[in-house]
Design a binder for this molecule. Structure first.
Ligand code: MOS
Length: 702
């Protein structure tokens, strides 16, 4: 073990590779996921989804189904408990998508119209499939292509709808080089390995929900609001989570389970099927984007315009703010960005890993590559020349901005210096070879959290925080952070997470989870250590110290806080079939202090592999006649599999956050940012053809 000193802090565990503390439980099956936790008297709910895309439910024929073996009840808009959606929750107004069985309207294909509850999962499923629902069908519109007359501007998560400074047309006219291009990305889905699952039960006047989510306090508060309950009377637990990626907030399954548990006065479990995830879990909207860049002969930007059109449902406004990334990455005397959205008869989109940045970086970083080509300047040099002094829109200084360092280190390791910039020159049999690069960034924030640290009488320590480990390794990272703050070996620290009774804390989201929690854990653990130094002996109940970071975060200086990265890809393009193979990828990130290199590497490479998927495979295709998806399953929805994934390497440069007690910035989402652009730019370098629509399918390459 190495000992490092950060400021006045001695760190032994943070920065060293540590296998997941719950790894053995996970691989041996001892770790229970939400759909597996046993309960006495458990009943099973099966959701019935609409087969039409727009209209009304005329009737639900419950009679025959209620006679089927084991069936306990059928909930639908005519008999389900009412919920209240007139409140403001953590993410603003609630998503009426979760107010299921409240009205007879069908706003999209796959809308929940009933819940069949039975003694066994099989009985519930059989009855759900036998349930006859009569509809009144109305015409629908699911077509998202280029422009739409009903599109309107809308602020995004964490940003205004529109920003602008300078005379765009004048600067473009005065530019030596201009790029004006349109890009598009398709509807994409985060279909977690573990489907959404919840079990609800009433226990002595308290609602208990065992769930799979990205934040137990978040879900508990939303359920309390929806069902008009005292927040203290709702407890949500979520110990192990098999992926979330933005999809695991409050969703139809928890609400349906609570309704059924209330009606039946017994525990009820609702698990989404793989196919149901495609309409109930949220997704990433398709985008069409336009980027206009103008530069002087040396490649210095005079004009930058980035506009992004995405799509939401008629139920809920969510915007995929693709144009936001330009507000951080590059400045220009004329700088304009706009995010617009159009309401169509589709399921509600939601946060999906790097919401905004993932599709936005594809367009912007592809356009930068086109500008580099037109200027005859190396794409890395072009980016370095356009490094802004301050936030292009905010005018605030960057807390740290190590993008050039990422490119320097990446170029060295990737072998960029030897690259001939001309496209279409390298051939190996039927393969054309090329390399590409792109920049990445993602916000690095922190949100208030509370934690408790207990010194146990046996000399061990227990940390409690309502954090969520959605597969990121957060539980392990917090163990390392706590051990260092307590100055004890990691095997004396037990971190308990995933329980709303542990108190308010940030969700696993926005790349802010581990950072926000680590701050609270550090505060509690350091104070506990001070308390122990003054105490003589530990009583049987232990000594507990609680922390709350609300004030510390409020005192933070206003700066632009971001992680940055440089993505590199090498591709081979089959001239006979149009197939694109990624041969290797390298990502170098400046993303704060890396707590656990083992799981951090997995976070980065996981995002980069998702970038391969995004560039080459992922595309949810909606049938404009039925309004539903073709192939709403993991056979029809293509993702990169092992055969598609070559050597993918991720590493980082030293970039501790100057204000964070551990130096953390956040690494959850940046791995996918820029990855698809790096691949698309490599395809251009291989073939000489620009691909501005994802995915780069063989039929598009030919
Ligand atoms: Mo992330 S898309 O904030 O879970």
């Amino acid at each position: 073990m190495t000992t490092t000193t950060t400021g006045t802090r001695v760190t032994k565990a943070v920065g060293t590779a540590h296998a997941r503390v719950e790894g053995r439980d996970k691989v041996t099956g001892a770790a229970r996921y939400a759909g597996e936790v046993p309960f006495a008297g458990l009943a099973y709910g099966w959701m019935v989804l609409s087969t039409i895309t727009r209209g009304r439910v005329r009737s639900v024929e419950t009679g025959a189904v209620l006679e089927m073996p084991g069936v306990l009840t059928v909930l639908h808009h005519g008999n389900a408990p009412r919920v209240d959606i007139d409140y403001v929750g953590m993410l603003g107004v609630p998503d009426p998508t979760v107010a299921v069985f409240q009205h007879d309207r069908v706003p999209h294909a796959g809308w929940p119209v009933a819940l069949v509850v039975a003694e066994t999962s099989e009985q519930a499923r059989e009855a759900a499939e036998a349930l006859v629902v009569h509809y009144e069908e109305e015409p629908h519109d699911v077509t998202f292509a280029g422009e739409h007359p009903d599109a309107y501007t809308m602020p995004g998560p964490g940003g205004p709808a529109v920003t602008g400074k300078g005379d765009l047309e004048a600067e473009l006219a005065a530019s030596a080089v201009v790029v004006d291009a349109e890009y598009s990305t398709p509807e994409e889905h985060h279909n977690s390995m573990e489907p959404h699952a919840a079990t609800a039960l009433w226990d002595g006047g308290r609602l208990e929900v065992v769930d799979s989510n990205q934040g137990t306090v978040w879900v508990a508060n939303e359920l309390a609001n929806l069902f008009s309950l005292d927040p203290a009377s709702v407890r949500v637990r979520s110990e192990h989570v098999g992926g979330g990626f933005g999809s695991k907030g409050v969703r139809a399954h928890q609400v349906a389970a609570v309704m059924a548990a209330t009606v039946l006065s017994r525990p009820v479990r609702v698990v989404m099927t793989r196919r149901q995830l495609f309409s109930l879990a949220g997704h990433r909207s398709p985008t069409t984007q336009r980027v206009r860049l103008g530069a002087d002969a040396e490649g210095r930007l005079r004009a930058l315009e980035h506009s992004c059109l995405s799509r939401t449902s008629t139920v809920y406004e969510f915007i995929e703010s693709g144009a936001g990334v330009a507000r951080v990455m590059y400045d220009a005397p004329a700088h304009h960005t706009a995010n617009r959205v159009v309401r169509l008869d589709v399921p509600s989109p939601t946060y999906m890993r790097a919401p905004g940045e993932a599709p936005g970086s594809f367009a912007l970083e592809s356009a930068l590559d086109e500008l580099a080509e037109k200027c005859g300047i190396d794409p890395i040099e072009l980016r370095v020349r356009n490094e802004p002094e301050r936030g292009p829109v905010s005018g605030l200084p960057f807390s740290t901005r190590s993008l050039p360092a990422c490119f320097r280190e990446g170029a060295r390791r990737f072998g960029w210096a030897d690259r001939d910039p001309r496209p279409g020159l390298r051939r190996e049999g039927r393969w054309l070879l090329g390399t590409g690069t792109a920049a990445a960034s993602f916000g690095a924030g922190a949100m208030p959290s509370t934690a408790a640290a207990t010194a146990e009488a046996d000399g061990t320590f227990t940390v409690r925080i309502s954090a969520a480990d959605i597969g990121t390794g957060a539980r392990t990272a917090l163990t390392l952070v706590a051990a260092d703050a307590l100055q004890v070996p990691t095997d004396r620290v037990r971190v308990r997470i995933g329980d709303s009774d542990f108190g308010p804390a940030m969700i696993a989201g926005g790349s802010m989870g581990t950072r926000s929690w680590a701050w609270a854990v550090t505060a509690a653990a350091e104070e506990l250590r001070e308390r122990l130094a003054l105490s003589d002996g530990i009583p049987p109940e232990g000594i507990t110290v609680r922390s709350d970071t609300t004030e510390a975060l409020g005192a933070l200086a206003q700066t632009e806080r971001h992680s940055f990265g440089a993505q590199f890809a090498e591709v081979a393009v089959d001239v006979a079939t149009g197939e694109v193979r990624v041969r290797r990828m390298l990502g170098i990130f400046a993303a704060g202090r890396i707590v656990n290199p083992l799981t951090a590497r997995g976070q980065f490479t996981g995002g980069m592999i998702w970038g391969i998927s995004m560039a080459l495979h992922e595309e949810a295709v909606r049938d404009r006649n039925t309004g539903a998806l073709y192939g709403a399953d993991l056979a029809g929805y293509h993702v990169a599999t092992n055969a598609d994934v070559p050597l993918v390497e991720a590493d980082w440069v030293d970039d501790p956050d100057p204000d964070d007690p551990v130096g953390i910035k956040g690494i959850g989402e940046i791995g996918i940012v820029g990855a698809a652009a790096a691949i698309a730019n490599a395809v251009w370098h291989a073939t000489g053809v620009r691909h501005r629509s994802l995915p780069i399918r063989p039929d598009r390459v030919l």
